[in-house]
Design a protein around this ligand. Sequence first.
Ligand SMILES: Cc1cc2nc3c(=O)[nH]c(=O)nc-3n(C[C@H](O)[C@H](O)[C@H](O)COP(=O)(O)OP(=O)(O)OC[C@H]3O[C@@H](n4cnc5c(N)ncnc54)[C@H](O)[C@@H]3O)c2cc1C
Length: 264
Amino acid sequence: MSTTTQTATRSANTDVQTLAAGTYRYRVEVLRVASPVVLEVGLAPVGEHLPFRPGQHAMLGVREPDVPERAYSIANAPRPDGRVRLLVTRYAGGITSGWIHDRLARGDEVILDGPHGSLVADPSLDGPVLLLAAGCGVAPVSAVAESLLASQPHREVTLLFSGRTPAHLLQRTRFEDLQRRHEQFSYDFTLTRDRSSRWHRRVPHMLGRLIGDLSGWEVFIAGNEHFVRASRDAVHVLGAEASSVHTEEFLADPSPQLECQPVS
Ligand SMILES: Cc1cc2nc3c(=O)[nH]c(=O)nc-3n(C[C@H](O)[C@H](O)[C@H](O)COP(=O)(O)OP(=O)(O)OC[C@H]3O[C@@H](n4cnc5c(N)ncnc54)[C@H](O)[C@@H]3O)c2cc1C
């Protein structure tokens, strides 16, 4: 670690224990096309590893002067070996996401600065949990789900994902596997550009029928600005308390995403 500062992270209604934020060296271990627009990046620490809470993100820096560092959520709960997975959407004209998709190679060294963010579970809450994600918003909620299923198995966890087509269903196999192994976990999805699927409405319009009353629930919402804002309004209408709703907006004004090329 080369620098250390203190970053206080705060959830919707409670202070989260402060973790030391700093910069950490990582090596690229895995590059895998995860959907037509998303590359999965697996990183292994070189030396000391980034401490973080499930749902937090880090600033990723590459060793290129013209490629600015950007925030990426960590898609797994903390592991003893410090390995982390990121899911990176490729945006048209996006400098850093484009560089990661086109130029990042296995064996490259990158820097993670963190931990940052407040999309973390409130330890004082004990009720059911609703996770809502669109696109790469699935990264932080996936980490939260993994952690809650292991540490608080009495809590029901429901994950609802919004994708465009079946090919955009990030981590579908993993979530279906978790659903088989944990009876308290349920996973469902809606496809906004495929009307043949069971659900093809937008998440905010489905919640009333799918779940109903959300009083007493802890809710996590992550994705683009429009998804997050519309979902937040919908869960409030259904009775979720503002203090139990955690949100993370990824990109204020996303431009069209580009199809990924296969990674060698
Ligand atoms: C807390 C947090 C967590 C995040 N986690 C993830 C994650 O897990 N996965 C993920 O893929 N992304 C995540 N993001 C988004 C990520 O940080 C970057 O914003 C994203 O990768 C785009 O960066 P870029 O450099 O490729 O694009 P940029 O070069 O910054 O541009 C992004 C897009 O916006 C357009 N644009 C740029 N500037 C303007 C402007 N002024 N007006 C209009 N349009 C403009 C560009 O043309 C481009 O299409 C997260 C963001 C935050 C804040």
